[in-house]
Design a protein around this ligand. Structure first.
Ligand code: G3P
Ligand code: CA
Length: 251
């Protein structure tokens, strides 16, 4: 946790590669993560779901249809069948043969070079998925370099029941009508990850005054990136880390 906190020490916001460098490579694939590392992202964001045989895999949607050549729900696939799918061609023919990675494969690939924000997607398998994700994180020595997030507060509560060692963040998509500090405290989270469209200077101040962090998603347009830097957020989740870095360097 302390080590993770050090990533927030920089005076600039962290630049977080949304599903990897997803502007130039198929989202949530090893290629997208490779380019995120090469582009000097501060952190990678990815999404996890569970296969039928209980392996956490890195994919955003509940179904494989949009990002592979297959059809059906991730939870109905055995791992070996899921691994047969092509997760690259939909984006560009040159990525033909790219696989849906397992979480373990990504952690081994990243090999401690970059912290990872693991978003646990909610589903009927959320308890098992959460347990498996934590196991993979610890087994691969990534416990000092993850931030685990979820839109589902039940998942964050479960993590806190299982371990006090992993920092968590609460994802929220709408204007914040609740007391953010109280909510984060109750969930044991260190940060709010918020839709940038509803992030105001007032909210940033409220969160900072209470000792928490605020990260925003998914910020892709130059003017929006500048605005978020200007209002002092702690992290910016973007599809294009290279662009965000350029803008940050200009300021
Ligand atoms: O974690 C921020 C962002 O990734 C949440 O939205 O739909 O891209 O997973 P989504
Ligand atoms: Ca996500």
């Amino acid at each position: 946790m302390e080590i993770f906190e050090s990533f927030f020490k920089s005076s600039f916001p962290l630049l977080i590669a949304h599903r990897g460098f997803s502007a130039i490579a198929p989202e949530n694939t090893i290629s997208a993560f490779k380019y995120a590392i090469r582009s000097k992202a501060d952190m990678i964001e990815l999404d996890v779901r569970l296969t039928k045989d209980g392996t956490p895999v890195v994919i955003h949607d509940a179904k494989v249809d949009r990002t592979t050549n297959g059809t059906g729900k991730v939870k109905n696939f055995y791992l070996w069948l899921l691994r047969d799918l092509d997760a690259g061609s939909w984006f560009h023919p040159k990525y033909k043969g790219e696989k849906i990675p397992t979480l373990e494969e990504v952690l081994k690939f990243a090999n401690g070079k970059i912290p990872i924000n693991i978003e646990i997607k909610s589903s009927t398998e959320k308890d098992k998925l959460t347990e498996r994700v934590l196991a993979v994180v610890f087994e691969n020595g990534y416990d000092k370099k993850v931030l685990i997030s979820s839109f589902d507060p039940r998942i964050l509560k479960k993590i806190k029941k299982l371990t006090d060692e992993l920092p968590t963040a609460f994802l929220y998509h709408y204007p914040v009508y609740f007391n953010p500090a109280k909510t984060l405290e109750k969930l044991g989270a260190i940060a709010l990850i918020h839709n940038f469209k509803f992030t105001t200077p007032k909210l940033v101040k409220k969160i900072h005054d209470a000792g928490f962090k605020i990260i925003v998603y998914t910020v892709n347009k130059p003017d929006d990136i500048r605005k978020m830097i200007d209002i002092g957020v702690d992290g910016i989740i973007t599809d294009n880390v290279r662009l965000a870095r350029r803008i940050l360097n200009e300021i």
